[in-house]
Design a protein around this ligand. Structure first.
Ligand code: PGA
Length: 241
């Protein structure tokens, strides 16, 4: 299979999000942070604001007025500018008409799962994958039957995320994350992975048996998950008929 470029992968995910909003304007989205979704957010931001490289003057602006966005995870005990909420504000929310009250984060909720459920449940959740197979901040060994919970970040995750903090010492040790069960309760899931560096972990997670050592592998049991990459790997689970 010919590999999609990072731009094509990002456009594909952006289109899937827009399609979800079009078919259900009051939908619940689970949204990731990290390097991988940055262009997807730029595209959505441009389509929403009508400004920038990807703005399309012929297409109607995306209407986020009823959408509910749930951050997958966040750090605990960091200054505001380093939070994932700030990341989502900067790259996506501030370019849209998403109401402030609809920008939801596990740090700001006493019972995130109950909140998600009371809003009708996640319709579409977009995920990245960590170098150790984590999804959101569900590190290897997380229980399958986990809901939103606080976690200790693994060393490899802290190393991967240290760029934003300047050095490893300043990188947080703790976070809060949707659990594996929270994620698996989403009606649809798209896992996006970019760069050859992710190939090995993607192949282990999706071509080998499910194991709690690789939390992403649990997506094999989900009823509608697509794995999309820009290195020629693609797989779907549960929706193949
Ligand atoms: P990345 O992070 O997009 O920066 O590679 C993915 C993740 O850790 O889930």
């Amino acid at each position: 299979m010919q590999s999609a470029t990072y731009e094509q992968l990002s456009l594909r995910v952006a289109h899937a999000i827009v399609e979800q909003i079009r078919i259900k304007p009051k939908c619940c989205l689970g949204l990731p942070t990290g390097h991988t979704p940055i262009l997807t957010y730029q595209i959505l931001a441009n389509w929403s604001s009508g400004q920038g490289q990807y703005a399309d003057s012929d297409a109607p602006a995306i209407d986020w007025s009823q959408v509910l966005c749930f951050a997958l995870d966040d750090y605990l005990n960091v200054d505001e500018k380093h939070t994932f909420q700030a990341f989502l504000e900067k790259h996506l929310y501030s370019h849209t008409n998403l109401p402030l009250d609809n920008r939801l984060n596990p740090c700001a909720s006493e019972d995130y799962d109950l909140l998600i459920e009371s809003c009708g449940g996640l319709d579409l959740t977009v995920l990245g994958i960590g170098g150790n197979g984590h999804i959101a901040f569900n590190e290897p060994g997380t229980m399958a039957l986990s809901y939103t919970h606080c976690i200790w970040l693994s060393e490899s995750t802290r190393v991967a995320n240290q760029e934003a903090f300047g050095n490893l010492e300043s990188t947080p040790h703790t976070g809060i994350t949707m659990g594996l069960q929270t994620i698996l309760s989403s009606a649809r899931i798209i896992l996006m992975a970019s760069s050859e560096a992710k190939r090995k972990i993607v192949e282990r997670a999706f071509d080998e048996p499910v194991t709690l050592d690789l939390p992403a592998s649990l997506l094999q049991t989900h009823s509608h998950t697509d794995v999309w990459t820009d290195f020629g790997y693609e797989k779907s689970f549960g929706n193949t008929i």
